[in-house]
Design a binder for this molecule. Structure first.
Ligand code: ZN
Length: 467
């Protein structure tokens, strides 16, 4: 082989192996892609590589202040298909929300939030957050540290710490008024971050009536915001718990409640076009400490056969343990998408089946990083999954304790660490809509709204930078 032939072959191989998702770009988009590349280069000039690739978005202000971060924030992202109820607002926005409320107090030691009508808190240690900040009792940085994974000491178990963190926010659900305002604020925040559709994974309650109350509050808040911003669509994926030691009746109870809720509450914002509001069922918990799906399979199969149109969106593949093979069960049970699916690399045949059947992975890169499943996002397997034809949608998981800006952080991190270009970003946004759990008509409306926002974004960037 001559050197010229070698170079030609090399060029082909680089091209063959570099394509991620690769949607087609028009000439304006290609110009904006050049801008994206220049912003990436600018970021690499400003920050040393070692620090940059750590992607410590909870702490590294230089990253939020970068032009690339602003660009990614402005990208119309479509949907967030995997985010947990009461975890939607990132900590700094939750501080604003809690500070603005007379009905909430915060324990100044651990920053646990309480409703003033609760009996369980120590009044001597708790006060209104805005007063605590004004009087210098605590600082915003202190609260952010207490509310996020930033506060974890190196020797603390990350999952234990994480689960305790989520306990700090539970009182947001204590009063319907507080919860309603929380969701209004969160949905407006999502729109501000250019995400129009949210599939909230919600663990309501073992009690059906309480579950209905909570689901109704989310629906009321969603419709309140939708009056002003019609493009917003919110759906609920009811989630159940499958922690080790739980009776098999517990996951089944959550599933029964989900099915009852689905028949009770609908998205009837437009009375002439009523859509499902409860779109499916999920089972969660730290996977290594959960009942294996194979043990739940008899129960799940029974309902799958009886309600084949009620979709499963099961958390699994979020484990580094080689013996945890729940992805196989999720596939056999017909899960429409899976939450995470990180360890799909262990099962090459299953990986091909996921690609073939278009089972979308709800990839949550920042969550995987902050929960220590992958230390360096350059090694996150989602790049390979995409190259092998597996459909992926980027999701945020638990932004309250993991992210600086919900979903923006995930797009930003993979743009830098996996070297995405605009065509990849565009396809990930499209995937989030096409693989959402929405009804076809809703999906088509959402797709139109996204396309309009995308074209406006491209025009704006093109005109600002090239005219
Ligand atoms: Zn999750």
């Amino acid at each position: 082989m001559t050197y010229e032939e070698y170079l030609k072959k090399r060029e082909i191989m680089v091209e063959e192996n570099s394509n991620l998702v690769g949607n087609v770009l028009n000439s304006k988009e290609m110009a904006v892609d050049k801008l994206l590349k220049s912003l990436k280069a600018e970021l690499f000039d400003q920050e040393d590589e070692e620090t940059l690739y750590k992607m410590n978005l909870l702490k590294n202000r230089k990253l939020w202040g970068s032009s690339l971060y602003s660009f990614i924030k402005e990208v119309p992202k479509g949907s967030d298909l995997h985010v947990h109820a009461t975890a939607l607002l990132p900590a700094h926005r939750l501080i604003d929300f809690v500070s603005s409320r007379a009905d909430l107090v915060v324990d100044i030691n651990d920053c646990h939030i309480y409703h003033i009508d609760e009996q369980c808190y120590d009044k001597a240690c708790c006060c209104n957050l805005s007063q605590a900040l004004e009087n210098g009792l605590i600082t915003r940085e202190y609260v952010e540290k207490k509310w996020t994974l930033l506060g974890r000491a190196h020797n603390e178990s990350v999952w234990e710490y994480f689960e305790n963190l989520l306990g700090l926010f539970e009182s947001i659900e204590y009063s319907e008024d507080t919860l309603f305002d929380y969701y209004v604020t969160a949905f407006e925040y999502y729109l501000e971050n250019n995400t129009f559709h949210i599939e909230v994974h919600a663990v309501f309650s073992e009690d059906f009536d309480r579950s209905l109350v909570l689901a109704r509050v989310i629906k009321r808040a969603y419709h309140e915001v939708k009056k002003r911003r019609n493009e917003l669509v919110v759906s609920i994926i009811c989630s159940g718990l499958k922690y080790l030691g739980a009776d098999i009746e517990i996951p089944e109870l959550y599933l029964k409640n989900a099915l009852r809720l689905r028949e009770t509450i609908f998205d009837d914002f437009d009375k002439d076009n009523v859509y499902p509001f409860i779109i499916g069922f999920d089972l969660l918990n730290e996977e290594d400490k959960s009942i294996p799906l194979k043990e739940l399979a008899p129960m799940l199969l029974k309902y799958r056969n009886e309600y084949p149109e009620f979709n499963l969106y099961i958390h699994c593949g979020e484990s580094l343990n080689a013996q945890v093979d729940n992805l196989i069960d999720a596939y056999l049970l017909g899960s429409t998408r899976v939450g995470h699916g990180m360890n799909l690399y262990r099962y090459p045949k299953l990986l091909a089946a996921f690609a073939d059947k278009e089972i979308c992975l709800e990839a949550c890169p920042i969550s995987n990083q902050t929960l220590r499943f992958v230390k360096d996002l350059r090694l996150h397997p989602l790049a390979e999954y995409i190259k092998r034809g597996v459909t992926v949608s980027l999701c945020s998981d638990d932004p309250v304790c993991q992210e600086h800006e919900t979903l923006t952080d995930d797009f930003f991190a993979v743009t830098v660490c996996l070297d995405l270009d605009l065509s990849d970003i565009k396809q990930l946004c499209i995937n989030s809509i096409m693989y959402s759990g929405l009804d076809r008509a809703q999906k088509s409306q959402l797709s139109l709204a996204w396309k309009k926002a995308w074209d406006e974004f491209i025009d704006f960037k093109y005109n600002a930078d090239f005219v």
